[in-house]
Design a protein around this ligand. Sequence first.
Ligand code: AMP
Ligand code: MG
Length: 352
Amino acid sequence: MLGIEETAERLKSGGIVAIPTETVYGLAADASNLQAIQEIFALKKRPSDNPLIVHISSLEQLSEISKPLTELELRIINKFWPGPLTLILPRKKKVLDAVTAGLETVAVRMPNHSLCLDLLKKTGPLVAPSANLSGTPSPTKKEHVQADFGSSFPVLDGGACTIGLESTVVTCRPNFFPNVGKNEPPVSSTASHSDMIIYRPGAISDQQLSEFGIVEYYTATQPEQDASALTPIFPSPGLKYRHYAPKAKVDWLSNFERLRAVTSSSVVLLLDQNLPVEQNQNLPVEHSHRGHYIVYCKGSWERFGQLLYDTFRVADMENYSHVFIQDIRRHSSKSSLKDALINRIEKAISGH
Ligand code: AMP
Ligand code: MG
């Protein structure tokens, strides 16, 4: 098993190691090593125009990468770092084009994971895109990484990720569209009144950010199919690629009765316990019911987030053809994870 010292040494000498964060496992490399970065794109089969997030452990490391921060950026950083929030910032020249996909900005995050922070102190800034093959669900534990890259792939094991969903990606005025040139960006007109744009929802919600100004979600107006054929006017390139989809077909489940009509056995992810036919409150987390593999989260949004990608992976590994997920879109209870979860599940549903 890899220890932190060996991981740091491997990374400093140009190696690639999968590392834990609180969001998902990352495929890490020294952010200043071009060859290692190119290897990451090749390993993941990631399109080269999809930029990487640089992970840091201190504001000193940040100053190596980005230009001075605005007051709003500083306030956001003070509140949410370390944590599951990626900021898009104006880059310094020395940041490699391979990291930013040639954009004028760089994505940066300080993860809230003690092992990862200790590692970053030893190595300096690391790029760490999710440690999965492009297109498969992000890995939330060591076994997921090794399912994609082989059982001997080096992983610094930090246990299961506590959040299990990728970070919120946000940019602050005046960095909204530095890459778009003269093209009018495909964003709603209200963006002109906003202080922040969320490119990707995550565990830090729009409501939490709205304490600091007006927040807008970025909405693409172009079709997602044939993304590579489109002119690159997406301000956050990852938006145009398919994500998060298992091979199994994914559907919302709004009524448990519907499962009775499903003849092939399926994987079912439930937030609550009030949907199942049985009223047993002491069911284990995983439970088999009429051939269906059912995952209960006992009302915990955190657990639901932690288990979403794991559920997708279980379905594919065990050759289930269908995943049903409790319809949480109009759920009465509130959670800062709700928007991110709906976003990931809808992407998985539309992937088929
Ligand atoms: P991943 O590492 O797979 O979680 O993806 C990181 C995502 O962050 C990318 O897919 C982009 O959408 C976004 N991102 C990274 N760098 C930038 C940047 N400079 N400007 C806008 N978005 C970025
Ligand atoms: Mg990814």
